[in-house]
Design a protein around this ligand. Structure first.
Ligand code: ATP
Ligand code: MG
Length: 218
């Protein structure tokens, strides 16, 4: 059992695509994480376009991550049903891994800008670190100005220049890393499938084959 920092990567993954996979791979390497655990969320309350059922989203994440020994899938949120809170998930995980082991929540820049609206967001930082990856559309020079005040305050107070600093404490810091900019969204993949154009090369072939086999997003 590895005891290095564990990365927790939540998302709808509707479907998972190369933007998600590169984020996980690049943060894994920058922060020398022992593992990235993908946690597909339960069904979100509002969704513009019909998405895939939770069991399909989990299966697609399994297919996409199967050949990477550092990637694992945790389906506790979809098993629980309903939208669910990251706070509950991290609390449970913290109980399982103990107080000492470092844990980091991985977020894209857009998700981080919303972070201060999350349930018990400040307490989340007692449970884990945060590592943010810049996402196209959220350039480094302007994104700090886009943070709401309370979040900007926490960011400044907890900022770690080095993502490797997640090795020094179990939780509480915020690091930001750049990653290969991939302007891919699940929304775009869903619309492409719906419109009959191919999303090939934006996501793994195995995931696309699964989408076709189950007629998802049509
Ligand atoms: P949707 O279009 O349905 O919102 P999405 O592509 O944004 O889907 P999510 O499941 O909403 O994917 O995102 C999960 C996490 O992955 C979030 O933290 C988000 O910021 C991050 N993420 C998604 N796509 C990218 C990308 N192309 N580059 C970097 N981060 C990304
Ligand atoms: Mg999104």
């Amino acid at each position: 059992m590895p005891s290095g920092p564990i990365g927790i990567f939540g998302g709808t993954f509707d479907p998972i695509h190369y933007g998600h996979l590169r984020l996980a791979q690049e943060i894994l390497e920058h922060a020398k994480l022992a593992e990235v655990r993908f946690v597909p969320s339960g069904t979100p309350p509002h969704r513009g376009r019909p998405g895939a059922d939770p069991h399909h989203r989990v299966e697609m994440v399994r297919l996409a991550t199967a050949d990477n020994a550092s990637f694992t899938v945790d389906d506790r949120e979809t098993q629980r049903g309903g939208p669910g809170y990251t706070y509950d998930t991290l609390t449970e995980l913290r109980q399982q891994i103990g107080r000492q082991r470092s844990m980091a929540l991985l977020l894209g820049a857009d998700a981080f800008l919303d972070f201060a609206t999350w349930h018990r967001w400040r307490e989340l930082l007692d449970l884990a670190h945060i590592i943010v990856a810049y996402r196209p559309g959220y350039p480094i020079d302007t994104w700090q100005a886009r943070m709401p005040g309370a979040l900007a305050h926490e960011y400044a107070a907890r900022y770690m220049q080095q993502p490797l600093a997640v090795h020094l404490a179990p939780s509480g810091g915020i690091a930001a890393v750049s990653m290969t900019g991939l302007d891919i969204s699940a929304t775009f993949v869903r619309s492409a499938v719906h419109d009959g154009s191919s999303p090939r090369y934006l996501l793994p072939d195995a995931v696309l084959a699964y989408i076709e086999a189950h007629r998802l997003y049509h």
